[in-house]
Design a protein around this ligand. Structure first.
Ligand SMILES: [Zn+2]
Length: 101
């Protein structure tokens, strides 16, 4: 029997479908109708996960990616929101913030 490991949950990237530890992915949440990055991965509400691969981050701002994220969050989002998210993710990568907090 496999041992349950509660501290390392696995999530799937909504774009490439690759599975990774939750802490290695970016969480996007829709919290109180506001879509944003959940850097600490602690906000309640529906979340979508994206991995740090450049191609997945790029997909965020495409119309296809937009639709997929909207479906995952069950919340429509505008291109501006998607672009802002992508920018925020790029900032997180630049500052090496991911995986911390
Ligand atoms: Zn991915």
């Amino acid at each position: 029997m496999r041992k349950k490991n509660k501290s390392y949950p696995i999530r799937t990237c909504i774009f490439c479908g690759r599975k990774d530890f939750k802490k290695n992915l970016i969480r996007i949440t829709c919290f109180q109708q506001k879509i944003g990055l959940d850097k600490r991965q602690r906000l309640p509400g529906r979340g979508a996960y994206i991995c740090f691969r450049g191609e997945c981050i790029e997909k965020l701002a495409t119309s296809k990616g937009l639709k997929r994220l909207a479906r995952a969050l069950r919340q429509p989002l505008s291109q501006e929101t998607a672009l802002a998210l992508r920018q925020e993710i790029e900032e997180v990568i630049k500052r090496g913030e991911h995986g911390k907090g």
